[in-house]
Write a protein that binds this ligand. Structure first.
Ligand SMILES: C[S@@+](CC[C@H](N)C(=O)[O-])C[C@H]1O[C@@H](n2cnc3c(N)ncnc32)[C@H](O)[C@@H]1O
Length: 577
């Protein structure tokens, strides 16, 4: 295959619900694999399960159309940006920035990343009426086609097509937009994964019902209230200063939240390095704890007698560590692991918690002060060296960083944000990796939305003249990721300790006794981190339309392959069908 197109095409969204039904109710499927609803209903009625048609739930004009959108195959190809991806900082990167409509991109990701993503954060259009949200859809169905496809009457089909063509921002239009994007996202989440969705009063009620339907009410974790602005603008009734973050687990029983700061644990044990408390197991438990769930987390560490200790599960099978290589090595080197022998002679490892590590307080559901929008604006102003923010309403990276900490995102875990905006999520992942030499990965998706020069002239001019690119938000995302990476590089160079003499500011006009008019200030030596240990690059892919005479047979590659793999293959120039 030529190196021009690296493609994933024609992916059917895997439907696990249907697979589960097939396993348990095989007689409810016909020979072509079609689900027979009536047979299923009869089966339930026989078992005395009431099959009343009246039930509680969310309905809107376009719901069946939204379901069709979720199951429709992708209509685009994914193409690598060879020039960008072959740069030294990107060539081995496992971070991804994908340009395109996120519905298409999610469909491309749905096979290879099926149950691979640990955390999703999204900040979709709030549908405030002034945020520019309108439903746009280029699928050109006729009334008859739509009727046949989703089994509705002509009048309903016509009303749906009206709003898909007329750029509506009704609740129905917003729900139709969100449904398939949340539905496929759920398929990408690991069993112990979690999704955070920012939203405000305009659609919070609709979103809560929608999430209950897609993720299951039992998987609801919390609705955070976030202080978004200080003070707020003048209002007829009450100044609104907050928005929300809805949180759902893929499977509530598998979710592990670690809390934020640590609650004071009693330091009741002592070793040569002082007092400590026994912390969590370093062997991963429960969902995702097998070696094949995370092959990179299966490696030996030095045991109490210098022997190789691997993460074995209680039943003796191969497991995985909870922390990555760099962190485990540091714990071993610092003597911060307790090895406990099981009856079968294998070890279970626990972390020793000292000092601040032993303090633990849970997150509370109101997020204040450091999480306000103004902090995000400030960050962008500094990164882009501009007097105004180049992107309106970016979230502060500390918000996403704390959500990553809360979700216990560890080495090798994938974080997805498919409404990337200015790329805050990618920035937060890199910052956290730089703090603990972690290897979390991000996938960001951003549509090449044109920047309106009337609304943000600064951004328009910046992209056009400084970046010499088509003024779209995607270019801002890309540039933010580069600048955020550079900031980490700049902040992590060796700073030697130095002494400096400064004039004494004095007390009441006199310099302080014995200082002779001068003070010596000493700054401590700051040791740089090994930047090679963290991934500060990213690969770019973009969706492109399928052209009619395209030779799929020859050019298609295995859609079960991740784009990280694709990146490696591109590097070796050996993609073959
Ligand atoms: C509210 S902003 C996200 C801001 C982001 N959290 C930040 O901190 O910068 C929503 C973003 O989603 C993008 N977007 C909207 N519809 C999209 C779609 N269908 N596919 C991909 N991106 C989309 C918009 O262009 C916008 O940049």
């Amino acid at each position: 295959m030529s190196n021009e197109q690296k493609i994933t095409t024609d992916i059917k969204v895997p439907n696990k619900d249907l697979e589960t039904l097939k396993i348990h109710f095989p007689h409810c499927f016909d020979k072509d694999g079609n689900f027979q609803l009536e047979k299923f209903k009869n089966n339930l009625t026989e078992k005395k399960i009431n099959f009343s048609t009246e039930s509680y739930g969310l309905d809107w004009l376009g719901k069946s159309y939204a379901r069709l959108l979720a199951s429709d195959p992708a209509t685009t190809l994914l193409k690598a940006d060879e020039t960008h991806n072959s740069k030294p900082e990107n060539v081995n990167s496992e971070n991804l920035l994908i340009k395109g409509d996120n519905l298409e991109v999610l469909k491309h990701l749905a096979n290879a990343y099926y149950e691979q993503v640990k955390m999703i954060y999204i900040d979709p259009p709030y549908n405030t009426g002034s945020d520019g949200f309108v439903y746009e859809d280029d699928r050109k169905f006729t009334v008859k086609e739509l009727q046949n496809l989703i089994g509705i009457d002509a009048e309903k089909a016509k009303r749906i097509l009206d709003f898909t063509k007329q750029k509506s921002n009704s609740h129905s239009a917003w729900l139709t937009f969100m449904y398939p994007r949340l539905y496929i996202a759920k398929q990408l989440l690991k069993d112990d994964g979690v999704i955070f969705v920012s939203i405000d009063d305009n659609e919070v009620a609709q979103l809560k019902m929608l999430m209950d339907e897609i993720y299951g009410e039992e998987n609801f974790v919390i609705q955070f209230t976030r202080e978004a602005i200080k003070g707020g603008s003048q209002s007829k009734f009450v100044r609104e200063t907050h928005d929300f973050i809805l949180v759902y687990a893929k499977k509530i029983n598998d979710l592990e939240f670690v809390g934020f700061e640590k609650e004071e644990l009693e330091l009741n044990l002592t070793d040569a390095n002082g007092k400590y408390a026994k912390g969590r197991e370093l062997n991963k438990w429960g969902a995702g704890s097998r070696r094949e769930d995370s092959p990179g987390m299966w490696f030996p560490i030095k045991g109490p007698e210098g022997e190789d200790v691997y993460p074995l599960r209680n039943d003796g099978s191969e497991g995985r560590w909870r922390l990555g290589k760099a962190k485990m090595k540091k714990l071993v080197d610092d003597g911060d692991i307790i090895f406990e022998k099981r009856d079968n002679g294998t070890y279970i490892a626990y972390e020793k918690l000292r000092g601040n590590k032993s303090k633990y307080t849970q997150f509370i559901s109101i997020l204040k002060d450091k999480y306000i929008n103004a902090k995000g604006t400030e960050e962008l102003k500094n990164l882009f060296k501009q007097e105004r923010a180049i992107f309106d309403f970016s979230k502060p990276s500390i918000l996403i960083k704390d959500l990553l900490i809360l979700s216990d995102i560890q080495d090798g875990d994938i974080v997805l944000d498919y409404f990337a905006g200015s790329g805050t999520t990618g920035d937060a992942v890199m910052q956290l990796n730089a703090e603990d030499l972690g290897s979390r990965k991000y996938i960001l998706v951003q549509i090449p939305e044109p920047i309106d020069p009337k609304k943000n002239k600064l951004a328009f001019d910046f992209v056009k003249t400084e970046l010499k690119a088509e003024p779209t938000i995607f270019e801002i995302t890309k540039e933010r990721l580069k600048r955020a990476a550079n900031k980490i590089r700049e902040e992590n160079i060796d700073v030697p300790a130095k002494s400096e003499k400064i004039k004494c500011a004095g007390i009441d006009g006199d310099h302080c006794p014995a200082c002779k008019g001068e003070h010596t200030i000493r700054t401590e030596q700051k040791e740089a981190i090994d930047l090679d240990l963290i991934d500060l690059g990213f690969k770019i892919f973009e969706t492109t339309p399928i052209w009619e005479d395209y030779n799929f047979e020859a050019e298609q590659f295995d859609s079960s392959q991740t784009l990280f793999d694709a990146g490696k293959l591109i590097e070796d120039d050996c993609i073959s069908p």
